[in-house]
Design a protein around this ligand. Structure first.
Ligand code: PLP
Length: 390
């Protein structure tokens, strides 16, 4: 009989490099393979599974919703969409929402909203090394070449500012600027934080020229950083926040959230989606928001995230020839190695931990927000053993 990996080669377009384990099911922070081996998942479906796997409250909420109706179309507004969105706007301190199925769709909608608001001439900027998604608008914003090469022509009037380069920022921003979109902590790019100096200048220029500031919080948002959104660490209020991944607790859900300034930009029929804001996804999302913001998870992430980062920095001191830098906040952490990280990921897996490496040399740590100190200590002890053996 053919393995699922052989079948995958026959059946699918070859876009993914699959992890060579066959998952049976998930439980909390663990994934269990078909042989019964248990893995602690420390990248949680790329920051999606904020409450881990098979969280009983998500299972209950989703089951109840699906037994009423799975989908109605956006010709209807439903109770669960309203309940979820009220909470999402409350915790993001924003005024209006549009719900999508994914991050990239939320970015596309944001681009459409910006274009309508600022007109065709104004320039939209993102930062170098950024990742904003795979559809054409989001891909144009994405600065990393490997995601765009061969797909040109891309969207016009979109440019990039060098990450954390204050001089470049000053050179490029002027009265022709319509919007600046950034990940306050770049995820795919290697857990790179926007610097305080860069953000200070960005806000100064925003006050001068009045461009739209967008936080792409798809990866670092919804409590993962120890605050609801990373921009709160800098007392910045963006005009638009884009969220996805964790807000669906494992079901496909995204959103862009705006201030009152955007209330009348879209007219009825100018933007839409068949599935976006699906009721079952909203039911799961509501549980995520309750657990993170109302039942103490964010405080736990804050406390344990600081402990985790400190311990990683201690490892860096012990292994300065192997670890170049430790970055990030809360449960979005990156350990930049001096060499490629693929071998580390493999060793982690053998030891029963699923880790991720991004931008070749950065071990990207995105545990479920429900992870406890024992889970973190297991990761740290395993990492130390791997560092000693390499
Ligand atoms: C910061 C950021 N923006 C956008 C996206 C795209 O989201 P999606 O894969 O849900 O389309 C991602 C996905 O990794 C992301 O990390």
């Amino acid at each position: 009989m053919k393995s699922i990996f052989e079948k995958e080669k026959e059946l699918f377009l070859p876009t993914y490099n699959r992890i060579p384990i066959e998952i049976s099911h998930g439980e909390g922070v663990y994934l269990i393979d078909k042989t019964g081996k248990k893995y602690m998942d420390f990248f949680s479906g790329l920051a999606v599974n904020a409450l881990g796997y098979a969280h009983p409250k998500i299972v209950k909420a989703v089951s109840e919703q699906i037994s009423k109706y799975a989908h109605l179309s956006n010709n209807y507004i439903t109770d669960i969409q309203v309940e979820f969105t009220e909470k999402l706007l409350k915790y993001s301190k924003m005024s209006k929402a549009f719900l999508t199925n994914s991050g990239t769709e939320a970015i596309e909608g944001t681009l459409k909203l910006i274009r309508l608001k600022v007109g065709p001439e104004k320039k939209i900027f993102s930062l170098t090394n950024s990742f904003h998604g795979r559809t054409y608008g989001a891909m144009t914003l994405t600065a990393r070449e490997k995601y765009k090469k061969g797909f040109e022509p891309l969207l016009p009037n979109i440019f990039h500012i060098n990450h954390n380069d204050i001089e470049d920022l000053q050179d490029k921003i002027n009265e022709e600027t319509g919007a600046v979109i950034l990940e306050f902590i770049q995820g795919e790019g290697g857990i790179n934080e926007a610097s305080e100096g860069f953000l200070k200048k960005l806000i100064e220029l925003k006050e001068k020229y009045g461009f739209i500031l967008v936080a792409d919080a798809i990866q670092d948002g919804i409590g993962r950083s120890g605050k609801a959104f990373v921009h709160e660490y800098f007392n910045i209020k963006p005009d638009i926040i884009v969220a996805a991944k964790a807000i669906g607790g494992g079901l496909p859900l995204g959103a862009f959230l705006t201030t009152d300034e955007f209330t009348d930009v879209f007219h009825v029929g100018q933007h839409g989606t068949t599935y976006g804001g699906n009721p079952v996804c909203c039911a799961a999302g509501k549980v995520v928001l309750e657990e993170v913001f109302e039942n103490g998870l964010i405080e736990k992430v804050n406390e344990l995230g600081a402990y985790f980062k400190n311990e990683l920095m201690f490892l860096q001191k012990q292994f300065p020839d192997k670890i170049k830098e430790v970055r990030g906040r809360g449960f979005i952490l990156g350990v930049e190695l001096h060499t490629e990280g693929a071998i580390y990921v493999k060793q982690f897996r053998t030891a029963g931990i699923l880790a991720n490496c991004t931008n070749l040399k950065v071990i990207r740590i995105l545990p479920p927000l429900t992870s406890n100190k024992e889970n973190i200590d297991f990761f740290l002890n395993t990492f130390k053993m791997i560092l000693e053996s390499n």
